[in-house]
Design a protein around this ligand. Structure first.
Ligand SMILES: *Cc1c(COP(=O)(O)O)cnc(C)c1O
Length: 443
């Protein structure tokens, strides 16, 4: 299952890197191989206690194996373990981070920006909400009831009032409810989720921006999960229209460690206006925030950050530029195609209940039963039975409000477990028939 061939390239690349320091007095950094072997084999044994995340029959939670190029570049950089806090701790990798982040900003149509990598989407969103709080002190932050739970917690940490806005039958922020709330005033920022973590629903960003013109507030796009889908060529018209408005958001959070082929520890925050750099307690002139001299630690809440993450991302984007019509874009399109294909098969099968048609690559479904409590039990049973057949799905507990508009069953419980499948490997498209074959057999 694991790619071991490419490890030879790591040796070759590390030797190339080493040559750059060949003039130094000899310093032998060889390891004690026997001692290493013993503990590494222990680790390999321990790691066998996992679902097979890299395999396409793992079609459960939001987990995607990093691409070989990211793994190798990360391991290469680890020999130096640069720290992208400051230029002297991570010279090459800080420059690579700036280039990589600029390419992500360009993907959204931004020619200028302020941004950097973070340890993940949580900190990326934290920085966006922190800036929102600095720009409009004391004002409320709104996000949909289906937004990532991190937004209410972050607001709590920052001491900023937070209110959820109900969602409609398709798990998108309800625009009438949003406008009703805006009329009451005191709103500093609205978070638009560009792909909810639960079902991949995309908030109507265009409508939110129209309300911004009327009521005046910041718009932060949480594209941690969905951001890269802007490159896909097979989105529905409404989803496409929402992604095309990202250029007008005030800030965007995106996770290269979700759909950007990176190992964990790689999120990204982008601000459209570089001048927000002044809120990071910095007294340098405005132009400094876009200069090559900028130490990334000066515009980041986190101090030490993995330079290796920047090297991995930069190298991955050399191989897979963020271009529409390119090979990376095709991977995103395949993920969505996989979700649509499995959704279609389940929808046509009277033994299953399906949810909203997938906007991105997440689907949820359940065995058909009379009541919510029976659906809950049947979902849990199918989850366990599928795992015995080496098909690994996930369980998600969804509120009745999301399911009731779609399922004509007895609602005897306020929420119910359903099966959830995040089809985020490009290979999933080739495995839909095998995945469905297991479900067919067990249904
Ligand atoms: C994953 C996710 C987050 C949190 O990001 P982490 O990288 O897990 O810290 C926030 N928002 C959305 C929409 C997400 O999908």
């Amino acid at each position: 299952m694991l790619d071991l061939k490419s490890l030879d390239l790591l040796r070759e690349a590390a030797a190339r890197l080493d040559q750059g320091f060949a003039h130094l007095p000899v310093f032998d950094a060889d390891a004690d191989m026997d001692a290493l072997r013993t503990v590494l084999m222990d680790a390999a044994e321990r790691m066998r206690d996992n679902y097979p995340y890299p395999h396409p029959l793992y079609a459960g939670q939001m987990l995607k194996p990093p691409h070989a190029v990211a793994r190798l570049a990360y391991m290469l950089a680890l020999y130096f373990n640069p720290n992208n806090h400051a230029l002297d701790g991570g010279r090459a990798s800080s420059a690579m981070e700036k280039e990589a982040v600029a390419q992500i900003a360009a993907m959204f149509g931004w020619t200028t920006h302020l941004g950097h990598l973070t340890s993940g989407g949580t900190v990326a969103n934290l920085e966006a909400l922190w800036i929102a709080g600095r720009v409009a002190p004391g004002k409320t932050i709104l996000a949909s009831a289906q937004a990532h739970y991190t937004h209410s917690r972050i607001s709590d940490v920052l001491g900023i009032p937070f209110e959820p806005i109900p969602t409609d039958a398709r798990a998108k922020m309800d625009m009438n409810a949003l406008e009703d709330r805006l009329k009451r005033g005191g709103v500093g920022a609205v978070v638009a989720t560009m792909g909810t973590t639960a079902v991949g629903a995309v908030d109507p960003l265009g409508d939110i921006l129209t309300l911004r013109d009327k009521y005046g507030f910041r718009v932060h796009a949480d594209a941690a999960y969905g951001g890269y889908f802007t490159l896909a060529d097979n989105l529905g018209a409404e989803t496409r229209a929402a992604f095309d408005r990202l250029i007008d958001a005030d800030s965007i959070a995106i996770d290269p460690h979700k759909h950007g082929l990176q190992p964990y520890g790689c999120g990204c925050i982008l601000f459209r206006d570089p001048a927000v750099g002044r809120y990071y307690n910095h007294d340098s002139p405005y132009t400094y925030f876009t200069s090559d001299e900028l130490h990334l630690g000066e515009i980041s809440l986190e101090c030490s950050r993995a330079g290796a993450a920047a090297v991995a991302l930069w190298t991955t984007m050399r191989l897979y530029p963020l271009a529409r019509g390119g090979a990376f874009a095709a991977m995103l399109s395949r993920c969505r195609a996989a979700a649509c294909r499995l959704y279609g098969k389940l929808q046509a099968d009277s033994r299953f209940l399906v949810g909203i048609a997938p906007e991105l690559d997440i689907i949820y479904f359940a065995p058909k039963r009379e009541s919510a409590s029976a659906v809950d039990a049947a979902s849990r049973a199918l989850f366990a039975a599928a795992a015995e057949h080496d098909l690994h799905l996930a369980l998600a507990t969804l509120p009745v409000e999301l399911l009731r508009p779609h399922w004509d069953i007895v609602w005897d419980a306020p929420k119910t477990a359903v099966l959830r499948s995040v089809l985020m490997k490009p290979e999933h498209l080739d495995w839909i028939d095998s995945i469905y074959a297991v479900l067919d057999k067990l249904a």
